[in-house]
Write a protein that binds this ligand. Structure first.
Ligand code: IMP
Ligand code: MG
Length: 192
């Protein structure tokens, strides 16, 4: 795989800005859920870096659980309305206060599908905490309760977000210059 420096267009959210926003969100969530039950649900894989950093700033005792949703595969950059649950929660969420933690909402199809499924299990409350929102691309409504940043309609990577399943570990959010990006050779590490 290429070093990211070859296709990085610009760093749109630097590491220190991300860190202080995640801390701020954690503090806000701690105030809002004070004295209440709280379960953080992370949507794999993009949400894990955000969830872990956020969880460290939440002072209310809470649990974490994970689910995975496939919206599109390697080489495809839009979800086109199809979202499939590939890994389900192991926690019973009935009567729980669930906070869904996700890296980005783009068309909204992925999150809308997860919300519909989780609502059917009758949680006491269900809220969302999103790091990034590409509002201009929304096709279906999703509630946004906590938000890190609104971003322009650019494909981004880093801090959990991938380019064909790579570069999630980078500590900043960068945008891609797609002309300079070389996709991975098959076989891919992951098939949707
Ligand atoms: P949606 O269903 O269109 O809202 O897409 C949401 C999912 O697409 C997210 O959970 C991400 O996995 C992925 N996604 C959307 N935009 C980007 C991006 O700019 N970079 C990396 N992944 C993205
Ligand atoms: Mg992805």
């Amino acid at each position: 795989m290429q070093p990211y420096q070859e296709f990085l267009d610009e760093i749109i959210i630097p590491e220190d800005v991300l860190k202080s926003k995640v801390k701020e969100l954690g503090e806000q969530i701690s105030r809002d859920y004070e004295g209440q039950d709280l379960l953080l649900v992370c949507i794999l894989r993009g949400g894990i870096y955000f969830l872990i950093d956020l969880s460290r700033h939440i002072t209310v005792p809470h649990n974490i659980d994970f689910m995975a949703v496939t919206s599109y595969g390697v080489g495809v950059r839009e979800s086109r309305g199809r979202a499939r649950i590939t890994l389900d929660l192991t926690t019973d969420i009935s009567s729980r206060n669930v906070l869904l933690v996700e890296d980005i909402v783009d068309s909204g199809h992925t999150l809308a599908a997860v919300i519909e499924l989780l609502r059917s299990r009758r949680p006491n409350s269900l809220k969302t905490c999103l790091l990034l929102d590409k509002t201009s691309r929304r096709e279906v409504y999703v509630p946004v309760d906590y938000l890190g940043f609104q971003i322009p309609d650019k494909f981004v990577f880093g801090y959990g977000l991938d380019m064909d399943e790579y570069y999630r570990n980078l500590p900043f959010i960068g945008s891609v210059n797609i002309e300079k990006y070389v996709p991975p050779e098959p076989p891919y590490i992951y098939n949707a």
